[in-house]
Write a protein that binds this ligand. Structure first.
Ligand code: NAD
Ligand code: TYD
Length: 347
């Protein structure tokens, strides 16, 4: 069976590709444009794995998608490819709409054309056995929470950033291809991931990296915003579960049951690294900053039997250790476009 994984050179995608090669017999076709966030080095340990094929390209390139479908007889698509950083979406929204919405639609169209089975029924809604499209979405599509309550799958979509608006739009298009054409789909909406290979623009690797270099730690506003942290390995297992057990057309929330204030995480990292809290610098708050995200996991835990295995304390220790052991990986990123971005956003 051949699976098309898109965005498989990014943080979650590269973890997922390695997880799947280790735990299953699938062949994986990994399509990634290698934007600033994609890094071929994230895949170095599977360089010579004959069940993995890397293709550099855009999910919006329909001719390329056609070629991939014909050559590899794709049966499953798992779409991780996206512009993924909120601050970049505030500075430059357009690419988010192009990649996250139109890119998703191109994938859906090509999948629909290849997987649809011609029938006499004028609606022609019959699809090949075993095919499925999975859209990797985010809890940010639900907007923000107050002190109480949790996001459930029925929570109305109320995205607040250009990033989350583009992800919510993509979810709507995926839903529409299911409702209109009968395309077999699942949508997963996960909380904030952390773990190895995360690009240093995101909170946890940014704090680890800056602290290790004794640079100031930029905390937006009061630092009391809450995120529900999920270890990337738990996320990979959840997508594997949805792939194999998810009911056609269903949405599944995936959360780590790990609500933490940003400032609490920053202090924990400083403490673990033996660095001073004097590095903490409160900076201007992010525009439209969502206050709290928290996921109600009950649907995926009760219906599909998945639950997170990592505790936050264990996961963060493991993650910090990974960054300590992989300074070369970080140094290479710091020598590229990243520092220009950092100067523009923070200075
Ligand atoms: P990432 O930014 O690390 O990786 C994205 C990957 O997509 C990169 O390798 C990039 O090169 C690739 N890409 C970008 N545009 C492309 C295009 N047009 N064609 C092909 N490839 C393209 O992101 P991530 O953190 O790994 O997130 C993966 C997915 O999970 C995204 O869809 C994101 O919205 C979602 N998500 C992430 C988190 C999180 O905490 N990181 C939380 C919820 C949901
Ligand atoms: P981030 O990792 O960008 O994920 P998201 O915005 O998708 O939740 O940010 C996590 C939290 O950390 C969010 O509340 C914003 C905050 N944050 C800072 O305070 N400083 C920073 O430099 C960054 C990148 C994030």
């Amino acid at each position: 069976m051949n699976i098309l994984v898109t965005g498989g050179a990014g943080f979650i995608g590269s973890n997922f590709v390695k997880y799947m090669l280790k735990n299953h017999d699938y062949n994986i076709i990994n399509l990634d444009l290698l934007t600033y966030a994609g890094n071929i080095r994230n895949l170095s340990e599977i360089k010579s794995n004959s069940r993995h094929k890397f293709i550099k390209g855009d999910i919006g390139d329909r001719d390329l998608l056609e070629k991939i479908f014909i050559e590899h007889k794709i049966q499953i698509i798992i779409n991780f490819a996206a512009e993924s950083h909120v601050d970049r979406s505030i500075a430059n929204p357009e690419i988010f709409l192009k990649t996250n919405i139109l890119g998703t639609q191109a994938l859906l169209d090509v999948a629909k054309n290849h997987w649809n089975v011609a029938t006499n029924d004028k609606n022609n809604r019959k699809f090949k056995q075993g095919v499925k499209y999975i859209q990797v979405s985010t809890d940010e599509v639900y907007g923000t929470l107050g002190k109480d309550g949790y996001f459930i799958e029925e929570t109305p979509l109320a995205p607040n950033s250009p990033y989350s608006a583009s992800k919510a739009s993509a979810d709507m298009i995926v839903r529409a291809y299911h409702e209109t054409y009968g395309l077999p789909i699942n949508i997963t909406r996960c909380s904030n991931n952390y773990g190895p290979y995360q690009f240093p623009e995101k909170l946890i690797p940014l704090i680890i990296n800056n602290a290790l270099r004794n640079d100031t730690l930029p905390i937006y506003g009061d630092g009391k915003q809450i995120r529900d942290w999920l270890h990337v390995e738990d996320h990979c297992r959840a997508i594997d579960t949805v792939l194999h057990k998810g009911e056609n057309g269903e949405i599944y929330n995936i959360g780590g049951n790990n609500e933490k204030e940003n400032i609490e995480i920053v202090k924990l990292i400083l403490n673990t690294l033996g660095k001073s809290e004097d590095l903490i610098t409160h900076v201007k708050d992010r525009l439209g900053h969502d206050r709290r995200y928290a996921i109600d996991n009950s649907k995926i835990t009760t219906k599909l039997g998945w639950s997170p295995l990592y505790t936050f304390n264990e996961g963060i220790k493991h993650t910090i250790q990974w960054y300590l052991d992989n300074d070369e990986w970080m140094r290479e990123i710091l020598s590229g476009e990243y520092m220009k971005y950092y100067e523009e956003i923070y200075k």
